[in-house]
Design a protein around this ligand. Structure first.
Ligand SMILES: *Cc1c(COP(=O)(O)O)cnc(C)c1O
Length: 225
């Protein structure tokens, strides 16, 4: 099936109010253009230089989300144009984003990435760490950042109960933090190709789907980036 057909299928499966990030990492600009021609405007990438190169090559009305782990020294590549950084997993990164966004005279949307999976290798705040950090009120001093919600990745397993547990933990933290950030805090980003229907059932408002739309990834092609 073509990219546009796969995209149409995924779109048709999402209830109203759930947005789709088409995760295009490792795929060439032509693949993104095909999805763009089919009406998709929101794309996600996980490497800053690759994201920057695609931004420069592709139409400027694309909304780009950074979804992968971001090193503070790479923030400068994407701060001038990225719409949202979904993977804010440390105070240092939030501070670097504040600084670079301010330099560009921009306001950046961010999500707080939460670690809920069993794998220790996955990144994100531990919920208690995050609560402690938020209790120190640092976001009040970050006017260039708009905290829009929470992002997370479920455990990589076939056990649906484990995945559901992870999604419900994210939903529960999202509900807990919402009163503190107010009306702008409206985004719960969870669900990927293999688990997004369950994520939606658990309250996701933003799903990040890559391989189901673009096919399997070949990392060797973009290793140089
Ligand atoms: C790659 C990636 C995705 C998409 O994964 P698929 O399984 O291809 O849908 C979603 N979220 C994050 C954070 C990713 O890095």
């Amino acid at each position: 099936m073509s990219i546009s057909e796969q995209l149409a299928r995924v779109r048709a499966s999402l209830p109203e109010g759930v947005r789709l990030v088409a995760v295009s990492k490792t795929h060439p600009a032509e693949a993104i253009r095909e999805a763009y021609e089919a009406g998709q405007r929101l794309f996600g990438e996980s490497r800053p230089q690759e994201l920057r190169a695609k931004y420069e090559e592709l139409p400027k009305d694309i909304e780009w989300h950074m979804i992968g782990h971001l090193q503070t020294n790479k923030v400068k590549y994407i701060a001038p144009f990225v719409q949202m950084v979904e993977s804010v997993d440390s105070a240092r990164l939030a501070e670097a984003l504040q600084r670079e966004a301010d330099k560009c005279g921009r306001q950046l949307d961010i999500l707080l990435e939460i670690h809920v999976a069993d794998e220790e290798t996955k990144s994100g705040w531990e919920p208690d760490e995050l609560r402690e950090y938020l209790a120190s009120e640092p976001f009040a001093a970050m006017p260039a950042l708009r905290v829009r919600g929470v992002m997370g990745i479920a455990t990589n397993t076939d056990d649906e109960e484990v995945i559901r547990r992870d999604f419900l933990a994210l939903k529960s933290l999202f509900d807990e933090l919402r009163p503190r950030f107010g009306a702008d805090f409206d985004t719960l980003s969870m669900g990927m190709s293999h688990d997004y229907p369950l994520a939606v059932a658990c309250g996701s408002t933003l799903v990040r789907v890559g391989s189901l739309i673009f096919g399997e990834r070949d990392y060797s092609k973009t290793a140089a980036l």
